[in-house]
Design a protein around this ligand. Sequence first.
Ligand code: PLP
Length: 232
Amino acid sequence: MLVLAGLDPSGGAGLLADAETIRAFGLRPLCVATALTVQTTRHALRFQPVAPLLVQDSARALLEEEDVRAIKIGMVGAEQVARAIADLLQDFRALPLVVDPVLASSSGAALFKGPLGAAAYLELMRGAVVTPNLAEAEALAGTRDQETAARALVERGARAALVKGGHLEGDAIDLLCDADGLQRLDGARIAARKRGTGCRLASALAAGLAAGRPLLAAAREAKAYVRGYLQE
Ligand code: PLP
């Protein structure tokens, strides 16, 4: 599975978390860094996007040589990097794609340079399963209402939208919307504060799709994987 995401050297989120998840699903992670972040377990300090053509060349080389079964995109960090990835993806539209829009860390630090993060992810999510949390759904779809946001993202070209409810009060209920309609993914709230749940969920979902699982089953299995991670 190919991942394009940010490198968080602490391993809490980003590429290292993605690789851990993908291996847990029995697949081999191919990891292209889109940005280098300065992070510890507690703090996100700053980041530097990687040169767009370096990201594009690196991903293209892997896609052309390896038997890639799915692609996951996480943090892209900058508009030019997003555009380089979007251009590359034109040639690989047949592969399942999961896009986790990353605009800021849970501690509030920006993880996209400039004001055009939402527009960049709206472009990347065409034909993809997009997995925003509520803040990201609001940035992309203009509403924090889970159902309205999920439907709007599918209308704007996503294959499906999994809008996560972890930031709501009460249970962690996610909504999955695709052309067939809306499904509710229930989950009890787990009182744990851990980083990188969004990265892990999207990678687990992409791993399921890489293995040929139907979307709803892959989404449920991904949620169960994150539940396990939160309970570790
Ligand atoms: N760093 C990178 C590289 C990420 O991709 C992400 C989130 O997707 C984060 C940090 C933020 O993770 P968290 O909000 O769990 O701290």
